[in-house]
Write a protein that binds this ligand. Structure first.
Ligand code: E4P
Length: 222
């Protein structure tokens, strides 16, 4: 399973790549806002950092106000030219699907985002998008099924051998990470805090204390 960092903060991206060996990055307008930098500054800074990391993809989302395929294709093409690492996030709606088909035919890789149902996930597979991003947290925030439909997406992609990779997105906790892995999704993306929470378990601390006591007894005889 690949781990993508869900952030546009350069310090977090560096830590994720250099300390944890994570596999890529996803950004969105919320993450760009959290970076505190203007959009172009934030993505150019990331582009500079990943310039010597050809196998470290970075998803960059187009302006969410764009409502037609022509404008989406134009902005996606401009962003893509900034870095060969960039994969362009396109909303999974009518205009976004038209735009993504044209971009993929032009060799510009896309991440079809804002997916919330198995039905929505089919066209990204048919148009050979590089990624499809079904969201979990946003649905669960409102009491809807978050994870179960992801299993359906994985099953559909297996049924038709789609080559699009599934990124389970908007992940809020370790249970969702492990469930995505159990379902067989290709990638999860979430914040550094959620990943680091998933590395922790109170029994590990308890076990360390037990081993420390044993170590000390061995060393000191006490
Ligand atoms: C990733 O590609 C998504 O944009 C992101 O996971 C959305 O969820 P968020 O609300 O946690 O940013």
């Amino acid at each position: 399973m690949k781990y993508f960092l869900d952030s546009a903060k350069l310090d977090e991206i560096k830590l994720a790549y250099e300390q944890y060996g994570f596999d890529g990055v996803t950004t969105n307008p919320k993450h760009i806002m959290a970076s505190g930098k203007p959009f172009m500054t934030a993505i150019k800074d990331i582009a500079a950092y990943v310039a010597d990391k050809p196998d470290f993809p970075v998803s960059v989302e187009i302006n969410p106000h764009l409502d037609n395929a022509d404008d989406m294709v134009k902005m996606a093409t401009d962003i893509s030219a900034l870095s060969s690492n960039f994969v362009i996030k396109i909303p999974t709606n009518k205009e976004g699907i038209k735009a993504a088909r044209r971009l993929e035919h032009a060799g510009i890789r896309t991440n079809m985002t804002l997916v919330f149902s198995p039905a929505q996930a089919i066209m990204p597979g048919k148009l050979h998008a590089k990624y499809v991003s079904p969201f979990v947290g946003w649905k669960e925030d409102y009491g809807d099924d978050g994870m179960n439909y992801v299993k359906d997406v994985v099953d559909i992609y297996r049924n038709y051998d789609f080559d699009t990779e599934i990124i389970v997105a908007a992940i809020r906790n370790a249970k969702q990470i492990q469930q995505a892995a159990i379902y067989g999704a290709d990638i999860v993306t979430c914040s550094l805090a959620v990943y680091e929470n998933s590395f922790y378990n109170p029994y590990t601390d308890l076990g360390l204390q037990i081993f420390q006591d044993a170590w000390d007894h061995t060393e000191t005889g006490d």
